[in-house]
Design a protein around this ligand. Sequence first.
Ligand code: HEC
Length: 127
Amino acid sequence: MKFKFVIAVAAALGAMSGGALAEGDAAKGEKVFKKCKACHTETEEKNKVGPHLVGIVGRKAASVEGYKYGKGITEAAEKIGEWDAEKLAAYLENPKDYIGGQSKMTFRLKKEDQRADVIAYLASLAK
Ligand code: HEC
C-alpha cells in the first residue's frame, strides 16, 4: 500500500513538471520548511500553533485529532478530501481563498517554486 502511494505521489509530481506546477526539489524544500516550523512539525505527531504535518500528502484535510481547526477549513474539509500536491500548492498560496472562509493560517507562501519544493519535501517524508 505504502509503496503504491509513493509511486502515485511520484507520478503526480512528475505529471506536474510539464503542467501548471513546477517540479519540486525536496532538498530545497527542507530549507523552505523552516518558514513553517514556528507553527508546524513534520516529523512528530505533535501540534504547535498549527496541526502536525506528519503524512500530510495523502492525509484528509483538517483530520488531526486533538487539534482545534478553524471553522473555515472544517467546513471545507469534506470538499478538499485528501491533500495532494496540487491542493497543497493552492492552499499554501492563499489558505483563506482556497478554503473560501476564515483561516487560522494567515501565513502565505507566495513563491511558486518554494511551494513546489516544500511539497516535494513533505511528499518525500511519506516513504
Ligand atoms: C504562523 C503560523 C503558521 C505558519 C508559519 C504556517 N502555518 Fe500551516 N497552519 C497554521 C494553522 C494555525 C493551521 C490551521 C488552519 C485552520 O484551522 O484554519 C495550519 C494548517 C495547515 C495545513 C492544513 C493541515 C490539515 O490538517 O489539513 C497545511 C497543509 C499547512 N498548514 C501547511 C503549512 C506549510 C507547508 C507551511 C510553510 C510553508 C505553513 N503551513 C506555515 C499555521 C501556520
